[in-house]
Design a protein around this ligand. Structure first.
Ligand code: ZN
Length: 447
């Protein structure tokens, strides 16, 4: 057993219980045995948490790991301009590039306090090899719990969509490959390290038939559904013109509202759309840094939460948000909410809830992840908050959210360390960096 003591423990349970100078006991089965005040008298390997805050591991609910290979491009573009600049480059992706990008992206996420991440991969070049297997291998090496989605695009420019012809797939082939990914990888067990979701890309890159049949497929197989929705004004205009309705009305029409669905962004939502998401239990992956980088607007997170919508945080792809640091996203979420509605509208503990239990709800893992309670999986982070950047901020949760990104002293996934004293356990950061540099160079030189 691992016993963390003398730490400030923020459990993020329903009551928001915290212990100043508390303990967390992790069992050999990878689940939490006990959480409480003071010390534990159970025997085990003791970790001193003096000067640290222990929280549930952060859950990343939206990402495109392959984009680590195309950071720093189209820096001043809107979403549609950014996409049309990058699609031709992404058309050259292969398994080696995606594996290197995923290693870098997931390594960086782990160092930022993330213990569970999804990935939304939707570019499958014909001769690119097995890109999904490449990123799954990277996740195994880093040690994060992984929810890759089998994405897809089948609506190209010649049919009225945004992507060029050579980056889209045939509808039936995309559906068959998605089901094959479920067969090969999806683990439905409560302590799963790997779960697949079904994720056609967006209204402007996917046909109505693919959206409808993807929903049927996911429900037949008992897996979750994910897509981009209501990210920009351009998308809203596209939906009004093509479908005669708003993005959320379109989602409802194609069977895409429900408590097995979570949507990336949800920026442009009116009151009735928010009410529909709440009534159906449809989740939202809030990506405030990406929305700021692309200037798409600020999601109405206060209203989403007040309507009962499950809201998690996402860093989004590293090409639309070069920081890609989930710990830093806590502060960005708080700042974004306060820019809209003032400092009393959203607090540090709500930001932490979005990053933990909110994300777990989006991924359907709230029974096992997202809070520190006996019986739940021991996915947790011990943040060091007694250095120059945080010393003097007595409220430890405020220090984490309002202060600079904190060093991760220890990150556990199912009780196994993936970060120790600010270093990755399963990989060497210099090697990940060199691999990512090579992948970027090879991709850019090929175009
Ligand atoms: Zn995205």
């Amino acid at each position: 057993m691992i016993i963390i003591e003398n730490a400030h423990v923020a459990t993020v349970d329903a009551a928001g219980t915290e212990y100043a100078g508390g303990h967390v006991v992790v069992g050999d089965d990878g689940r939490i045995v006990a959480v409480g005040p003071g010390r534990s008298d159970l025997p085990g390997e003791r970790r001193d948490g003096t000067g640290c805050l222990v929280t549930p591991g952060l859950v990343n609910t939206h990402h495109h790991l392959y984009q680590w290979a195309t950071r720093g491009l189209a820096l001043d573009e809107t979403l549609f301009g950014w996409l049309t600049t990058l699609y031709p480059i992404w058309g050259r992706l292969d398994a080696e590039i995606v594996g290197a990008a995923a290693g870098a992206g997931l390594g960086w996420l782990a160092l930022s306090g993330c213990t569970t991440s999804m990935d939304h991969h939707y570019v499958f070049p014909r001769d690119g090899g097995d890109v999904l297997a490449a990123e799954i291998e990277a996740a195994r090496q880093i040690g994060v719990r992984f929810h890759p989605t089998r994405g897809s695009m089948d609506l190209s420019r010649k049919d009225g969509g945004l992507p060029p012809d050579h980056v889209v797939e045939d509808t039936d082939e995309a559906l068959a490959a998605t089901e094959a990914a479920i067969d090969r990888w999806h683990d439905p067990s409560p302590d799963a390290m790997l779960q697949i979701a079904v994720a056609p890309c967006s209204p402007f890159s996917v046909t109505t038939r693919l959206m409808e049949e993807a929903a049927v497929l996911a429900r037949r197989r008992g897996v979750r559904l994910h897509t981009h929705l209501a990210e920009t004004d351009d998308e809203e205009e596209f939906c009004l013109k093509q479908f005669g309705c708003t993005p959320v009305e379109y989602a409802e029409r194609v069977g895409w509202l429900g408590d097995d669905v979570w949507l990336a962004h949800g920026v442009h939502l009116d009151d009735s759309a928010i009410a529909r998401l709440g009534a159906t239990g449809t989740g939202v992956a809030h990506c405030p840094s990406s929305n700021a980088r692309l200037g798409t607007g600020a999601a109405r997170v206060r209203e989403l939460l007040d309507n009962g919508v499950p809201v998690g945080l996402g860093v989004d792809g590293a090409a639309s948000q070069e920081v890609s640091h989930l710990g830093a996203e806590l502060r960005q979420a708080l700042y974004t909410a306060r820019q809209r509605q003032g400092p009393k509208s959203f607090g540090a503990r709500e930001a932490l809830r979005l990053g933990t239990i909110g994300g777990a709800r989006c991924l359907g893992r709230q029974d096992d992840l997202g809070s520190l309670e006996p019986g739940k999986l021991a996915d947790l982070v011990m943040w060091r908050l007694d250095g120059l950047g945080h010393e003097g901020i007595d409220d430890k949760v405020a220090a984490l959210v309002f202060g600079p990104p904190a060093r991760v002293d220890l990150a556990l996934v199912g009780g196994r360390p993936i970060v120790e004293r600010g270093e990755l356990v399963g990989a060497d950061a210099d090697t990940l960096t060199a691999n990512a540099r090579r992948a970027h160079r090879r991709l850019i030189d090929a175009v």
